[in-house]
Design a protein around this ligand. Structure first.
Ligand code: HEC
Length: 121
C-alpha cells in the first residue's frame, strides 16, 4: 500500500514537472500556457506572416474597415497593441480576432507564446 502511494506520488510529480517544462514561461505567463519553446519565436521569423495573413486586410490604412485600429503591417505598428494587452486579449483570451474567424489554434498558440516571451522582434 505504502509502495503504491509512493509510486503514485512519483508519477504525479513527474507529470507536473513535464507540464511545467512544456509551458514557455513559468514565471509570469500573461495568457494561457503555451507549448512552443519560446526561444524559437520572433516577429520576423514566425509572427509577421501570421499577422499578414490574418490581420492586415483590415488593420492597415486604407482597408476601409471602420474601427479596425492601428497599422499592423509592421512591428512598430503592432507594438502599442502588444503593450496594452489588446492583441493578447483579442487573439488568445476572448478570440474575437481575426473578425470572422479562420485562425488555427496553432497560430493562436504561437502568438500567445511570442507575447509571453515579450514579443521579440
Ligand atoms: C475582417 C476584418 C478584421 C480582421 C481580419 C481582423 N480584425 Fe481586428 N478589428 C476589426 C474591427 C472592425 C475592429 C473594431 C471592432 C471590434 O473591436 O470588434 C477590430 C478591433 C481589433 C482590436 C481592438 C480591440 C479593442 O478592444 O480595442 C484588436 C487588438 C484587433 N482587432 C486585433 C486583430 C488581430 C491581431 C487580427 C489578426 C489576428 C485582427 N484583429 C483581424 C476587424 C478585423
Amino acid at each position: 500500500m505504502k509502495v503504491k502511494n509512493l509510486r503514485l506520488t512519483a508519477v504525479m510529480a513527474l507529470t507536473a514537472a513535464l507540464l511545467s517544462l512544456q509551458s514557455c514561461n513559468g514565471d509570469d505567463p500573461k495568457g494561457p500556457d503555451c507549448n512552443i519553446p519560446n526561444a524559437d519565436l520572433s516577429y520576423t521569423l514566425n509572427i509577421k506572416n501570421i499577422i499578414d495573413q490574418q490581420c492586415i486586410s483590415c488593420h492597415a490604412p486604407g482597408s476601409g474597415v471602420a474601427g479596425a485600429v492601428g497599422d499592423f503591417r509592421t512591428y512598430s505598428g503592432l507594438s502599442a497593441y502588444l503593450k496594452n494587452g489588446k492583441i493578447l486579449n483579442a487573439v488568445v483570451i476572448d478570440k474575437s480576432m481575426p473578425q470572422g474567424g479562420g485562425m488555427s489554434q496553432a497560430q493562436r498558440d504561437s502568438i500567445n507564446c511570442w507575447i509571453a516571451s515579450n514579443y521579440p522582434e
